[in-house]
Design a protein around this ligand. Structure first.
Ligand code: NI
Length: 398
């Protein structure tokens, strides 16, 4: 028997390193597409490990590392995202962010550290490994359009047979892992809408067109899009997150600006919601005599796991962590640009439990006190390696 490339022991030895790397990144977060120091630091580590190739500047601030095994086999990609969020870190820990207003509040620092652990592991285990491992450190997951498209255009997936990625997840307790076949995360579109009326004196409304009244009617109206225009068995969300208008109590506002987000899984539902939203804006304008302009920004497509790759996840994860630790999730209405990779090659996006109230990892993602149980990085690294090895061995025995 060949020595198993995915053995837990040597990855476990890397947990102190992963923890140190994660804390370094946590202290020095950078925003989407501005991960200049982050990606230089990642590339430095990858060169130290002795990866066969380290490409920087992919898709802007991305890094791709290649490690080639001594046996023929498929190229398998593993992906981490590397960007932070515009949030002030309010944790009281030695490794809190040193950058005012910027924080790793989604765990991407830990994704990066776990994938560095995987890189170190593979760099030491090339002998006997089948095929190539392509490690993708992707910028700008947190903004649309995100960094995945640029990584793909930069060749990150060229020749790749399968791709796997993880998200650490504090709503799940540390020790558990989860995924599902088919759609697991939603499409996220954003819109900006402006109603333009005719401003005037608050005491003489009959001479004006009140943009606030139009905006308010619109907000009321769109609440029925999901309940009346979408199949009740199809998930959809319409949320208005911003409403800005007016300057004084006695002035009728000329302009009202709104923006919101639309989450769906099905492309027909997505288009239906967009049509109904536009029809609502038109109806409100006819009613009030106002005009509107709508700026619709298509966001990430849904994250759709390949059925067979999801089966692989359940088999691999049960083998690694035991039946009790493995969960099948229901889809989330959040979104992820891992979706773009899955549109091109089969793969699986997986959630790794990182919640533990005892070590302060009890806050939701994107919260100013967000933190993780750092042991989750080892679970993530083990899962990524085991998925890749399972896939590579399947190809070798085919
Ligand atoms: Ni995230």
């Amino acid at each position: 028997m060949r020595e198993k490339t995915g053995s837990a022991g040597d990855l476990a030895r890397l947990l102190p390193d992963m923890t140190a790397w994660r804390r370094h990144l946590h202290m020095h977060p950078e925003l989407s597409f501005r991960e200049v120091r982050t990606s230089a630091w990642i590339a430095e580590r990858l060169r130290e490990f002795g990866c066969d190739e380290v490409r920087t500047g992919v898709g802007g601030t991305g890094v791709v590392a290649v490690i080639r095994g001594s046996r023929p086999g498929p190229a398998i990609a593993l992906r981490a995202d590397i960007d932070a969020l515009p949030i002030q870190d309010e944790k009281d820990v030695p490794y809190r962010s040193t950058v005012p207003g910027v924080m790793h509040a989604c765990g991407h620092d830990a994704h990066t550290a776990a994938l560095l652990g995987v890189a170190a592991h593979y760099a030491a285990k090339r002998n006997g490994m089948a095929g190539e491992r392509r490690l993708i450190f992707q910028p700008a997951e947190e903004m649309t359009p995100g960094g995945a498209v640029g990584m793909i255009e930069g060749g990150a997936l060229d020749g790749v047979s399968a791709i796997y990625g993880v998200h650490l997840w504090t709503p799940l307790p540390v020790g558990t892992v989860a995924s599902a076949p088919g759609p697991v995360m939603a499409t996220e579109d954003e819109f900006e809408l402006e109603f333009r009326g005719r401003g005037g004196h608050g005491g003489m409304p009959h001479e004006t067109v009140d943009a606030i009244a139009a905006g308010a009617a619109f907000v009321q109206g769109v609440q029925t899009i999901v309940s009346r225009s979408v199949d009740p068995l199809e998930p959809a969300v319409v949320s208005i997150g911003m409403f800005h208008a007016g300057s004084a109590p006695n002035i009728i506002a000329e302009v009202c600006r709104l923006s919101g987000t639309v989450r769906t899984f099905d492309m027909n539902v997505r288009e239906r919601v967009r049509e109904r939203l536009q029809a609502s804006a038109e109806a409100v304008c006819r009613q009030f005599g106002a005009e509107y302009s709508l700026d619709w920004r298509h966001g990430y497509p849904p994250v759709v796991n390949d059925e067979r790759e999801a089966e692989r996840f359940f088999a691999v994860a049960r083998g690694l962590f035991g039946e009790e630790a493995v969960r099948r999730i229901r889809p989330f209405m959040t979104s992820e640009d891992f979706a773009y990779y899955l549109q091109r090659v089969p793969g699986c996006f997986m959630f790794v439990g990182a919640g533990n109230a005892e070590c302060g990892a009890a806050w939701p993602h994107h919260h100013p006190r967000f933190d993780i149980d750092e042991r989750a990085m080892l679970q993530a690294a083990r899962l990524l390696v085991a998925m890749a090895e399972h896939r590579a061995e399947e190809a070798a025995s085919a």
